[in-house]
Ligand binder design. Sequence first.
Ligand code: SF4
Length: 237
Amino acid sequence: FAYSDNYLIDVKFGVIVDVEASRAIRQAEVGAAKTMIERTEERFGLKPERLVGDTAYGAAPMLNWLVEEKGIAPHIPVFDKSKRDDGTFSRSDFRYDPTGDVYHCPGGKRLGTSGTVHEGKTLLYRASKLDCDVCPLKPQCCPKEPSRKIPRDIHEHARDIARSIAGTEGFEFSRHQRKKIEMNFAHLKRILKLGRLRLRGPQGAQDEFVLAAIAQNLRRFASLVARPPPAQALRSA
Ligand code: SF4
C-alpha cells in the first residue's frame, strides 16, 4: 500500500507549514491540499495569496474552490483537453463573451446554451444549424456534424483565471520557487530514507511524515539563522 506525503510549504522561506498523509492517488492528494489550506487558516490565521502546484491541481473543481471560495490565485498549469489535432477549429478559436454568456465562432456567429448541465459539470453551447449549413468555414469547423457545439465546464471561469496567470512573470517566478522546493521530496527519500515506512496504517504514515517535516524544518531554520563563517563574512563585507 502506498501513501503520499503532502506538504503545504511557504515558498518564500522554504518552511513546511502543514503535512497531510493521503492515498497515492490524485484525487486524495488534491483533497489533502484543501485540508491543509483550511487547517492552516484555522490554526495560524495564515492563508496563501497564491497556490503553486502542478497540473494535478489544475482540475476545474479545485481551481474553482481556490478562486471563488478561498480567493487564492492559482499558479497552476491548466490541463486542457479541448485542443483538436485534426485540423478543425479548437475551442480556443471561439471567443467567450461573459456578458452575453455566448461564444462567438470564427465565422462571426453566436453559440448559446440552454443552461442544461450535462454529467453534472458541462454546459453545451450550440451554433444554429441554419448558420452552419451556409458557412464557408464548415469544413474546418464541423465537417461531420450538422452544427458545431462547444462544451464548457461550469467552473471554466476559474480555469480562465488560471490560464490568464500562466505565462506571466509572476507565474514563472512561482515555477522557479516550486523547483527549489521539490528538493524537499528528494531529501525525504535519499537522506531520511522515507521510501519505506516503519509504522503501519494511515495514522502511522501521518506520524512519520510529521516527524520528517519537523526534521526538514529544523534544518531549514538552522540555514536561515546560521551566521556565515568569518571568511565568508569578510568576503561579502
Ligand atoms: S460552421 Fe457554424 S460554428 Fe463553425 S464557423 Fe461556421 S457558422 Fe460558425
